[in-house]
Every structure is written in C-alpha cells, then in structure tokens.
Design a protein. Structure first.
Length: 107
C-alpha cells in the first residue's frame, strides 16, 4: 500500500505501510496508532563480543497500527508503520539481524 503525503515544507513524499513483527517488550508502553515513533536497531552482543551502539534507523515515523494485546515478555507484537518509500528496504534489512526497538517520539 502506497500513498502520497505532503510534508511541512511542501515536498511530496511517497510512503508505504510496512508491517513488522518485533518483541512485545521492545515497544514503548502506551504507544497508540497515529503517534510518531522512532525505530532503533539493536545488536545484542554474544560470546564476549564488544557491544555495538544502537542506531536510530527511522525517526518521527507514523505508527499506523499496533497489536499489543499480548504484551508479555517473550511474545511478538505486530505493528505497521508509514515509511518513506526510499527507506522501506533499509527497515526490512534491519529486521534480518539484531532486533528493533520502538520508542515513543513524544512523551
């Protein structure tokens, strides 16, 4: 699903609705559909490896939907975010290694 949005400075931006599945415990408490969120990519260190700093891969994106019914530690949460089309592959690539953490952009 794609749509065209107009930014504050008048630029036209094509966005896509991207579904992702992440650990329920990696979603900020109280986030609701329609809110702005930031997504961080976190690599967990293993076997004594040096820790890698988390990286914000997308900032200020719109959370379109969030299914957090079973927000227990260890369960998955399904969410859909509106992402600029040029960033879709960037987000999907980040889901293949490490984990994603969804942070509420405004509290």
């Amino acid at each position: 699903m794609s749509r065209i949005n107009t930014t504050n400075n008048g630029k036209i931006m094509a966005t896509s609705a991207v579904p992702i599945s992440i650990r329920a415990s990696d979603v900020a408490a109280g986030v609701l559909a329609g809110e702005q969120v930031d997504i961080y990519w976190v690599i967990d260190s293993q076997n004594g490896e040096l820790p890698i700093e988390p990286v914000m891969i997308l900032g200020g994106i719109t959370l379109l939907s969030f299914d957090g019914k079973n927000k227990n530690f260890g369960t998955d949460a399904s969410l859909t975010v509106a992402v600029e089309e040029t960033q879709v592959l960037h987000l999907l690539h980040a889901t293949t290694h490490g984990r994603l953490v969804v942070v509420s952009a405004h509290v």
